[in-house]
Design a protein around this ligand. Sequence first.
Ligand code: 5FX
Length: 627
Amino acid sequence: MASAPRAPLYLGLDLSTQQLKAVVIDGELRVVHQSGVQFDAELPEFRTQGGVHIHTDRLTVTSPVLMWVKALDLLLDKMKRAGLDFSRVRALSGSGQQHGSVFWRRGASETLKHLDPDQDLHQLLQDSFSVSDSPVWMDSSSTQQCEDLQAAAGGALRLAEITGSRAYERFTGNQIAKLRQSRAEEFQDTERISLVSSFAASLFLGGYAAIDYSDGSGMNLLDIRTRNWSEICLQATAPHLDQLLGAPLPSTSVLGPVSSYFVHRYGFSESCSVVAFTGDNPASLAGMRLQPGDVAVSLGTSDTVFLWLQQPRPALEGHVFCNPVEQQEYMALLWYTHTHTHKQTGELSGEGSMMSRKSEGTRLLDASAMLVRKGGGARDRLQCFRCFVISSFKNGSLTRERVRNECAGASWELFSAALRDTPLGNHGNIGFYFETMEITPPVIGVHRFDSADCEVSSLSPQVEVRAVVEGQFLSRRLHAERLGYSIIPGTRVLATGGASSNKEILQVLSDVFNAPVYTIDLSDSTCLGSAYRALHGLVAESGASFVDVVKKAPEPRLVATPHPKAKEVRRPLYDDALLASEAEPCSRSLRQELHETCPHNHRNTFCSPAETNTSVSGDTLRCTTSC
Ligand code: 5FX
């Protein structure tokens, strides 16, 4: 049933790595409009690939901030041409790729306040950024700053206790520290630092938008208990940083009305509310409406696995994020085991031993109990605690696309046909495809193995297609299991992101997880989650819960059930090699050095117990390739 002509609408946006998208829903939660702008194809003047510039060091990854602004001009023009009546939009919210940062030049706040509706935003804001190339989540160039921050905080574990995560290169605080050191002049000229999400919200507000707690949790700067910036982390990162960041706010906050620029240029109502924007992962959680026992797999530029666990099992990696929809909850609880980081700070004794890892796990469990101990017994809270676990994988859709281009004539139809024509288990052929430094696990390398578990340099095109998809999903499943995922009656795999519209890929997902796969009608839960959050933001202050507000939303659709033989397919080689690669107690910086100094000149190397040893900076490292 179509909505009444004047019925209110809610707009959700997502400024992701490769595109800017919008979804509009009505009060019945029906999608009434969708639009998008692809950066590479529609804004070729910025010369991005996959929406980013990868610099010559292969570690620094940035996106032009004006490309994002111009994409918003294009998107709103498209929506207007499509006949969307902006005056009906009661509230809008959005999301951005997590961790990325925008550096506003001195004077930009005045510019934002007085935007001339006769001009495009990208013209008006062309001089408003002190740094034109924004660091994004794919960047892994701030290893030194990570080590410095951990040392200042009293170790990786202490930093995780404060901010929810040990130091990660892509986390914003470490990017800010790097920029301050390497581009002092631009840093001096900076008036305000936004996340990608709060940057997009600032455009709509006509003033600087607060960073929300949930996206703020991905910075290594927010104390997730006090929900304020951590003094220790601020000081270790940059002087007077709190002034550059502004005070963080709850993710459900109404930040104010839309700026008069949008009222005059596009016909928005003056009373349209801007609800705090958040990170793409928190927004996706809102869009998928995860339930206990579910596992959600987002298949986008990065692949992300979200879990809702009643009783998290300690594993040594991950992030705790503040919950984006319920103010009193934490969104993500992730555990980590990477002893190599602690080794640098001398935090653990007997490094790498089972005992030290076990005791670290116990300490982390204690830390989590502390996090949830907010009135009521820790045990009770832990049981009803909404524990969302997130693992992020950098080698997602870009890797699948590369294999599609090389093995399936750049056609998704041929890619799907290859999956249909090859059996589950791929006759024992398998591959690791970490083309860029992975996040989970932090390794790099492409390795293919035949049915005899011998490394081979190539596979036939059809087999390669299945190898990449099965390999990626086995890795996702393995990490989910290490975080406590197990199939229980009623377990659902919820798939979202671009690749979730490919039936054959979803069949492999179902077979590898041995569970039914569901999708929501829209392949993109992030935008939808933003639209839901816009609606919820209007009533959150009065105590309405998110679950109640979105209960009318359509139920996910069953799209694949596991093959009866799915249970029998086991890949011990894959599991062993991945687990071993993560057990190696060496630092990521050394790993990168190894990549450059492998004595056997291998292009792709990663740490793992194997035949060959090499020594870098006095540490024993190993090259996995049999030499
Ligand atoms: C999460 O921690 C990530 O780094 C990615 O999933 C980005 O949010 C992708 F935009």
